[in-house]
Design a protein around this ligand. Sequence first.
Ligand code: ADP
Ligand code: MN
Ligand code: MN
Ligand code: MN
Length: 359
Amino acid sequence: MSVYRAEYIWIDGTTPTQKLRSKTKIVPTGEKPPIWGFDGSSTQQATGDRSDCVLQPVFTCPDPIRGGDDLLVLCEVMLVTGQPHVSNMRRADADMALRFASFDTWFGIEQEYTLFRGSRPLGFPDSGFPAPQGGYYCGVGADEVFGREVVEAHLDACLKAGLKISGINAEVMPGQWEFQVGPLGAPEVADQLWLARWLLYRVGEPFGISATLYPKPVRGDWNGAGAHTNFSTNEMRRDYDACIAAAEALGTRHDLHIANYGFGIEERLTGLHETCSYKEFRYGVSDRGASVRIPWQVAKDRQGYIEDRRPNANADPYVTTRLILETVCGAARSDRTSGAKRPVPRAAKRTARRDKVAS
Ligand code: ADP
Ligand code: MN
Ligand code: MN
Ligand code: MN
């Protein structure tokens, strides 16, 4: 009997930041990957006496590592009763996306990450520090770029899997990189981002290099790692006022978003290194020191999208996209139904570009 290998991938219950897990099922050719189970007592998802959790396949793509007919199978974690497990953040995101389906919201997420060998980021000597930041962002050459072989292998894998990657770049700190997923709707953008994260870890294995999503991998004068979340509704894609209204809406629930944008966000959003302090909310055109940036092209075209720069690299995209949907589409819908005029926007501030350009 011919068979294929299905790699079941799920998100565990580790706190404060959930982790990816996976295991392999051999499935007869021609059959779809069925519901499966795992021992939740080993993943912080159950106690030993009631250890069974259920894996419900939700997104499947070709397995670019194994090739052939093999598949990657992203799953939601369910209880044996059929209810979503408390660690299952996808279900609420999918529900929110359905509630605001008429907005046709697109998300493009910029996933920053740092490559480590052992306990040091690539490009950091065993003791001391490399030359200060400045030449590494989008750099070229063995003195500026570290780990490109992993990054290229990851990009290849994502493309072979059919994931919608829109680009990659070397980041401001040595050993730090970025890939972008999208634009896609929710929860698809988050499904694909979680799979791309899994591929990143997996691709690094034979190189002996591990990728991390720590928001501030090196203290001091080194950039942190974020997951800037660009988004647009159908209205924003044709009307600049809707872009401003979205930025204003985000300002009304700043603390809630910060509390859910990844563990350790206070360490990263210091107000330095192209961030706005987590204690403050600001938006502005071209402003990489703001919480929310309106790209200059969007201001010029009077339509497009905006960038929420607050999410950490280790944020859960099911959570960030759910909150953005609720805050932005919720505000727009209540404006529409109440017939109220939009809040008068503060003038979008234009600020001078500071030091290095990063992204
Ligand atoms: P930055 O200049 O901040 O580095 P990037 O090029 O890294 O920007 O990422 C921009 C992201 O915005 C990409 O993922 C892209 O797909 C996404 N994007 C572009 N247009 C839209 C749009 N209309 N709605 C949502 N996302 C968008
Ligand atoms: Mn970046
Ligand atoms: Mn960005
Ligand atoms: Mn970017």
